[in-house]
Design a protein. Structure first.
Length: 141
């Protein structure tokens, strides 16, 4: 079993309806394929931009296929992996895709993510340099 945690920027802010559709489709497909995880969406009023933080986990081949689809999804960009690796136990069992529409104050509890709407967060981001991201997100479970 494998997991990936990443952040990305929405191409355009997601409406409530667009988020609902994304979630419904993702949950149905993830349940069928044995994927579990968590999706956080943060909309910044200041920048009129949307940001995603997602953890996905599942069998290697299924997870790789999902990752290919997510990476090519044109609804978001600047997709940066924070952590990835192998695991034996799921971190989000029972969550075909947990979801929270988070606000700034929710992210204050997640060191490293509090600044997600600033340019410096994205400028300083380097792939796979936030292994603690998994544990932080696990706090939502
Ligand atoms: C932020 C974000 C998270 C996504 N999470 C999932 C997911 O957990 N599971 C899933 O099947 N698709 C997810 N998708 C959608 C996929 O990118 C893709 O559109 C979907 O799997 C259908 O792919 P297909 O049209 O090639 O069949 C996500 C898309 C975005 C933008």
């Amino acid at each position: 079993m494998k997991y990936i945690v990443y952040v990305s920027q929405a191409k355009a802010p997601f409406s409530k309806l667009a988020l609902k559709e994304l979630l419904e489709k993702s949950r149905a497909r993830n349940s069928n394929e044995g994927i579990t995880g968590l999706l956080l969406y943060r909309y910044s009023d200041d920048f009129d931009k949307g940001y995603f933080i997602q953890a996905i986990e599942g069998p290697d081949d299924v997870l790789n296929a999902l990752w290919d689809r997510i990476s090519e999804d044109r609804r978001h960009h600047t997709i940066v992996t924070l952590a990835e690796g192998k695991q034996t136990d799921r971190m989000f069992p029972n969550w075909s895709m947990g979801f929270r529409n988070v606000e700034a104050k929710d992210l204050e509890a997640l060191p490293g993510f509090a600044e997600i709407e600033t340019e410096s967060f994205w400028e300083n981001l380097k792939a796979n340099e936030m292994p603690e991201a998994v544990e932080l997100l696990r706090g939502f479970y």
